[in-house]
Ligand binder design. Structure first.
Ligand SMILES: *Cc1c(COP(=O)(O)O)cnc(C)c1O
Ligand code: SF4
Length: 383
């Protein structure tokens, strides 16, 4: 048995073990785990310092999971945009492809609680249907391989999926979404790295939520992936009692860069059933971005996004830096709150090299500055 398999086996995998370890309410934990299993592998367990701490909160069931029953099972309507089972085609050129139900830990705030931890919704046949769909859709150039966690599959399954997708001529990049680099780094073995690097370009987007997850072990194994040529990004979820604090987020983002993981997104928590107790106000995310941008390396500043309820996709939110845009100038605030002005290009030079409109045709019509932005008519420029 490999080390990572032993760590899974030796972890907390049910209510009884959770009770034995922490003395929590066993009946309650049992009830909660009927809907969404408990899993805290021995490595992640070792990161818990005290009950209720930011590591504990992510993985130990809470009575509040039974509360907000009105929230939807599928808040992002992933099933509604699903042409074949376990594949969501929402954006023009890329698809989300769910290939496994298992994870190295079961995060209590998981958006995909409706499927994750529950076996039976995927098998090799549904994988083939997904691969066929991608083969038939030449517009798809980017595959987000997710789950569950693809890296929890055996090596030969990972290799099969990567090789099938890589054989499709129009597929340009492969992305693996995985919590393994954070929650069970030991799964990143030399053998796995050797498989992945055969199918480049392969990107990995992982998921760290707290600076205490950035350990020497994570550093070693993320380094192995990076040495195999895999760019690693991080998709953090903003969570109450875990990282809803600009100082904690700043430390996390800076530490991620030291282990060669590049912050990519901070997600506002989704409206998933049983996860309201993790939600913050949206302003908290804006406050965090404001505390990062300019104050630390630009590489440490991810995009803050809200995945729009009902399936609208990810919408980036920014603190307000633009004070005004008019024909003469742009008035802006910098990270220190000081105001600066940038003059617009004078009329004789204002011709666009393309005729792309400023707002309107890309689905982002009606922005707040549309009424003040004005592209001069070509005729006016010829005078
Ligand atoms: C997040 C997501 C993607 C990928 O989005 P990027 O912004 O390209 O990272 C693709 N499809 C679905 C359904 C998603 O939720
Ligand atoms: S690792 Fe990701 S998919 Fe798995 S339980 Fe955690 S958030 Fe959900």
């Amino acid at each position: 048995m490999e080390e990572w398999q032993r760590l899974l086996k030796d972890g907390v995998n049910n209510a009884q073990q959770l009770f034995d370890r922490f003395g929590v309410d066993k009946a309650l934990a049992e009830q909660i785990s009927e809907d969404f299993r408990i899993r805290i592998n021995a490595y992640y367990l070792s990161l818990i310092e005290a009950p209720g701490d930011p590591i504990w909160r992510q993985v130990v069931p809470d009575a509040a999971e039974l509360e907000d029953v009105d929230c939807p099972d599928d808040p992002l309507n992933e099933e509604g945009d699903s042409p074949v089972p376990n594949l969501t085609h929402r954006y023009p050129d890329r698809v989300l492809f769910l290939v496994n139900h298992q994870c190295p830990i079961y995060c209590r705030f998981c958006t995909r609680k409706r499927k994750v931890s529950e076996p039976g919704w995927w098998n090799k046949e549904t994988l083939k249907l997904g691969i066929d769909y991608i083969r038939q859709h030449t517009e798809v150039r980017d595959i987000i391989i997710s789950g569950g966690d693809p890296m929890m599959l055996p090596d030969h399954m990972i290799e099969w999926i990567l090789s099938e997708l890589r054989a499709i001529p129009h597929v340009e990049i492969l992305r693996i979404g995985s919590r393994v680099p954070c929650a069970l780094p030991q799964r990143i073995t030399p053998e796995l790295c050797n498989i992945i690097k055969k199918y480049h370009p392969v990107y990995v987007n992982t998921h760290f939520n707290h600076p205490r997850e950035v350990t020497e072990v994570a550093k070693k194994h993320c380094g192995m992936l990076a040495d195999a040529g895999v760019p690693i990004g991080c998709q953090t979820v903003l969570l109450k009692g875990v990282n809803d604090d600009p100082a904690v987020m700043k430390e996390l983002m800076q530490k991620l860069l030291t282990i060669r993981v590049r912050p990519y997104y901070i997600y506002q928590a989704d409206l998933t059933k049983g996860t309201n107790y993790f939600r913050t106000r949206v302003e908290k995310g804006l406050e965090i971005i404001k505390a990062l941008r300019g104050h630390t390396s630009g590489l440490a500043v991810p995009h803050f996004v809200v995945d729009a309820p009902g399936g609208g996709g990810k919408i980036p939110l920014l603190p307000e830096y633009v004070v005004d845009i008019n024909d003469k100038e742009v008035v802006m605030r910098n990270y220190q709150g000081k105001t600066f002005r940038y003059p617009q290009v004078p009329e004789p030079y204002a011709t666009d090299t393309t005729d792309s409109p400023v707002a309107g045709t890309n689905g982002v019509a009606g922005g707040p500055y549309e009424h003040t932005l004005r592209i001069p008519e070509p005729a006016a420029l010829l005078e």
